[in-house]
Each structure stands twice: as structure tokens, then as C-alpha cells.
Design a protein around this ligand. Structure first.
Ligand code: PXP
Length: 243
């Protein structure tokens, strides 16, 4: 049995809203519903180009949620100021490229070491936990620890893609994730995981037990078109629990 938390990423409610320039569907309404349906937290990525979540969404979520808000952000001065203003429960620092469709990989903790260290210190000083979104790699885990992060979130995108397509390389990739999370937990980092997770890929990941939180967005919002948000969340929570 896994007692990992489920965080719902609500970016794609905003994607649908913005596609027509209307004020519906509302990310806040979806988040409040999700709270009722039992998610443990809400994640929202305020991208530099504001392609989905906007500044006012972060304000609405901060003002109205009773469950923790995890703000995903690129390591830019603008985002740092927003984080310090809203003081969410956690900030997950992610790499961002304008041309990408979604976050393609983990952050380079070597190249961004000094910036990440400064951001982590400033964000932790206002009582917000800091998470770094990294690939399953010992070097990035060590650097995350040196930077002072509380949490690492492992990018599960490539593993999830492999398992969805029944690729035999999936087990090799899972092995890499296992080594990474065992090492990170041993040195005292809390481990989260996210990206590309579906009903199929959650089970082997939740089975690993050391992952304390899953942040899942695109699949759950998509699935709610067919079975509703309540059922999509309920099913994902059951799959986590029974692993
Ligand atoms: N965690 C992080 C750090 C992410 O960048 C994303 C995508 O925004 C997710 C989790 C959720 O990924 P998905 O939408 O594929 O479930």
C-alpha cells in the first residue's frame, strides 16, 4: 500500500479556456472541485509566455485553496518575485523553453547552480518548500542537495512514454528511477515524481513506495472528459493506494 499524495496539475483547464478567449472553464473551479474529490494538492505552472495559467489564476488559487499549492516556475527574476509575493506551499523550479510543447527534461543543476542556490534560499526564507524538477541522475541529486532543495521531483516523461508503448527499455528506465530515488531518499531529500503519468504508468511508480507525491495533469484532465474529474481522481488515488 502506498500513501503517496496526489497533486493535480490544472494547467490544461486553462489551456481549454484560453483556446477560445472565454472565462471558462475556470482553473479555480476545477481546483476547488478536485479538492472536494480528494486530491492532496494543486499544481500550476505559470509559464513565462502565460500560455495556460495566468497571474490572476495564481492569485485566485492562493486566496481560495485549503490544500497546498505547488507553483511550478522557471528560474527567472520575474517568477521569483511572484513566488515571494504569493508564498505557496511549494515551488517546483523547472527548465523552460519557449518553443517546447511541455517541459522536456529536468533542470540542469550544474549550469544553473548559482541561480538555483540563490532562488532556493530566498524562497525558503518566506517559508515555502523548494523542489527541483530533475532527471533521474545522481549528479543532479547531489547538486540539488548542495543547493539546499527540500524536494526533488523526478521527470518521469520518458519512462511513461516507454511503458505506454510496451517498449522493453521501460524496465531499464525504471531501474534508473529506482536507483535515483533510493539515493535521494538516503541523503534526506523528499522525492516526488511527475510528467506523463497515466493509469498504466502509476502502478509501477507507486509500487516504489519512496515517492511521496505524484503530480499529474494532462492525463487526468483528459480522462475527465470521459469519466468526469471525480472519477478520474478517484481511480488514480485508488491505483496509488493499492500499489
Ligand atoms: N510535474 C512537473 C514539474 C511538470 O512540469 C509537469 C508538466 O507541467 C507535470 C508534473 C505534469 O505533467 P503531466 O501534465 O504530463 O501529467
Amino acid at each position: 500500500m502506498s500513501d503517496a499524495r496526489l497533486g493535480l496539475n490544472i494547467d490544461h483547464v486553462a489551456t481549454v479556456r484560453n483556446a477560445r478567449g472565454e472565462n471558462y472553464p475556470s482553473p479555480l473551479r476545477a481546483a476547488l472541485d478536485a479538492e472536494k474529490f480528494g486530491v492532496d494538492g494543486i499544481t500550476a505552472h505559470l509559464r513565462e509566455d502565460r500560455r495556460h495559467i495566468r497571474d490572476e489564476d495564481i492569485k485566485d488559487l492562493s486566496d481560495n485553496l485549503s490544500i497546498p499549492l505547488n507553483l511550478e516556475m522557471a528560474p527567472t527574476q520575474e517568477m521569483l518575485e511572484i513566488a515571494l509575493r504569493h508564498k505557496p506551499n511549494a515551488c517546483c523550479i523547472v527548465p523552460e523553453k519557449r518553443e517546447e510543447v511541455t517541459t522536456e527534461g529536468g533542470i540542469d543543476t550544474l549550469k544553473n547552480f548559482e541561480t538555483l542556490k540563490r532562488f532556493t534560499t530566498e524562497i525558503k526564507n518566506v517559508g515555502t518548500r523548494v523542489s527541483l524538477f530533475i532527471d533521474a541522475d545522481q549528479l543532479h541529486i547531489d547538486k540539488s542537495f548542495e543547493i539546499g532543495a527540500d524536494i526533488i521531483e523526478i521527470h518521469t516523461g520518458s519512462y511513461c512514454k516507454l511503458i505506454e508503448s510496451d517498449d522493453p527499455n521501460a524496465s531499464k528506465q525504471l531501474e534508473k528511477i529506482i536507483l535515483a530515488i533510493e539515493y535521494a531518499s538516503k541523503i534526506g531529500l523528499e522525492v516526488h515524481a511527475g510528467h506523463g503519468i497515466t493509469f498504466q504508468s502509476i502502478k509501477p511508480l507507486a509500487n516504489l513506495k519512496l515517492i511521496k507525491e505524484f503530480n499529474i495533469g494532462h492525463f487526468l484532465i483528459s480522462e475527465s472528459i470521459y469519466i468526469g474529474l471525480e472519477n478520474a481522481i478517484g481511480k488514480m488515488k485508488s491505483l496509488i493506494k493499492e500499489s
